[in-house]
Structures are given as C-alpha cells and as structure tokens.
Design a protein around this ligand. Sequence first.
Ligand SMILES: Cc1cc2nc3c(=O)[nH]c(=O)nc-3n(C[C@H](O)[C@H](O)[C@H](O)COP(=O)(O)O)c2cc1C
Length: 325
Amino acid sequence: MGNLILSGNVFLAPLAGITDAPFRILAKRFGADLVYTEMVSAEGLCRGNTDTLRLLYFGEEERPIGVQIFGSHPDNMAEACRVIDKLKPDLIDINFGCPVKKVVQRNGGAALLKDLKLLEKIVSAVTRSTKTPVTVKTRSGWDQKNIVALEVAKIAQGCGASAITVHPRTQKDDYSVKADWDLIARVKKEVNIPVFGSGDIFTPPDAKNMLDLTGCDAVMIGRGALGNPWIFSQIDHFLESGSQLPEPSLEERIRICLEHAGLSVKEKGEYVGLRTMRKHMAWYTMRMPRSKELRQKVFTLETLEDVRCAFEDYLLLQKNICETV
Ligand SMILES: Cc1cc2nc3c(=O)[nH]c(=O)nc-3n(C[C@H](O)[C@H](O)[C@H](O)COP(=O)(O)O)c2cc1C
C-alpha cells in the first residue's frame, strides 16, 4: 500500500475501547502484521479534544500502525488528517462501519452507507489531504435490502484509497448474524486494490478458510483476539505449516495476562491501567478452570503486585487440586 510493505497478512482489527497501545503491543509481539488504533473522531481532533488526541498516540514498537478516523464532514476529515500526519502513522483508515447510535445519529460510521455521494466526498477529501496511504473499512450496507460494499469499494479505489476492508454485516445485523464471506469474494473480484476480510475468525483454520474462499489479501482478527492475543502466532504457524500449535498452558496464559497488565499500568498508571484491564482479565480467565473466584478477587485489587499475587495463588491452588485428583 503506497510505500508500505507488510511482513504478512494477519492484522489486528480496530476495536473501540480495546485496541489501545498495550493491546496493540501485545498483538505485535505475537506477530500481528498490522494493527489499528481505536476509531478516533475527526471532529474531536479538529477541536483539539485531549481525550481524542490521546487515542492517537502510539510507539515505534507498534509499527506498522493505522490510525482509524470517523466523521461526517469532508473538510473536518481532511483537517483531522493534517493533525494525524504529524504523528506519521503508516496509514489512515476511514470508518464506514460503526453501527453505534451515538455515531450514526451524527451521520458518521455506517450512516454514510446511506449517502454514497457524501461518502465519496469524504474519501476524496481525505486522500487529497495526505500523502499517507488511505484505506477504507466498510460494512456491507445499512440493511440487507441495501448492500453497497461493492459500490463503496469502487468509490474507494476511484478516489485513490490504497485498500478496502469489508466486514460483511449490515448496520442492522448483530453478531448473531453470520458474516457473509461471499461478499468479500465479490468485492475482491471487482477491484484491483487489496481487499481485507473481517468477520468471524476465531481459529487458525478460520483464517485460512477466509483467505482461500474469498481470495482476500489479508484477514483481520477482532473478537478472536480477546483474551487470546497469541492467536496471531497460531495463525502464522498454521498458514506456514498446516499444523496447529497447542493452546498455551495455564501458566503461560497467566504470564501473558500479567504482561498485558504490566503494559497497561505502564501506559496509564495503576488506577486507570488496572481498571482498563478488568475486561481483559475477564476474557483471559474465561477459559480457565474454577476461575470465578479469581475474577471476583482481581477486580477489587488496586495494585499490579496484588494482581500478580492473586494469579500466583490461583495457579498454586490449581496445581494442588491437579496433584490431589
Ligand atoms: C467491541 C468492538 C469494537 C469495535 N470497534 C471498531 C472500531 O473502532 N472500528 C472499526 O472499524 N470496527 C470496529 N469493530 C468491528 C471489528 O473491527 C470487526 O470488523 C468485527 O468485529 C468483525 O470481526 P470479528 O468477527 O473478528 O470480531 C468493533 C467490534 C467490536 C466487537
């Protein structure tokens, strides 16, 4: 994409409230070939809102990284790119997928799938405002009667975007509706720019299936990486060798969870860092035996050291139980 050459084709999807710097660093350590920030409001950037600006920051360790923006005014989107460009991200991604009420009510995210003329103006304003490669991420359409991903991909290509990601669900679909991978395949046939697929990849074979069945150039992992950041190395291994790595041991999962907590505390301080970690700790421990009590305990702890001790006690208890059984 532009001058950007990636080491592979397995990416971490942008996830609002989740893909902060600590999570992105962890995903990179496990081999994610590209990571994205959480979506950032163009309007917030134009106003110089400090909370919005904070979402933009990333370290060198996270490269290559895409900053994702959303908004509904072409001029603001272009202005936001000028702010973003100062940080020299590897790409800027435009969000045409967010289904959340607060965003679509202001005509951002997936709402733009109902107004392709405005969507085109936005992509064109953004590509003209920056030399950084611009990519577009879209849902299928507003609803099942209005599937517009093909049109969006052609508009993106026509306006000079470097790639398009398709998350093949509509704004109206929730996650109980299966992602329509056929639509990714149809988009891939219609455009020459790289096409990335997003939706329902939870295992290494899922990733291979999406690549094989749709012909897409790269896959994005979203929910499948929650409490499971090692999925990137598992997918890489499977794509290279055709065999599956074993699941990490209980000790290893706890070590990774604590590494994540350490990054979170380093980035945000102990108070915010540990509160941000609560949802991640819930995901990490979900598949651990007899973990309800552990969760109840760690959610009340105020220091990283106490969290570390709680996990160590839990591990010791599990070992004792295994030995007695
Ligand atoms: C909690 C959550 C937050 C998300 N935030 C974003 C976002 O900020 N930008 C975006 O383009 N997509 C966002 N998505 C959509 C994902 O990037 C992805 O396209 C979708 O979840 C399908 O992939 P998956 O089945 O691998 O999760 C979000 C999804 C979830 C579940």
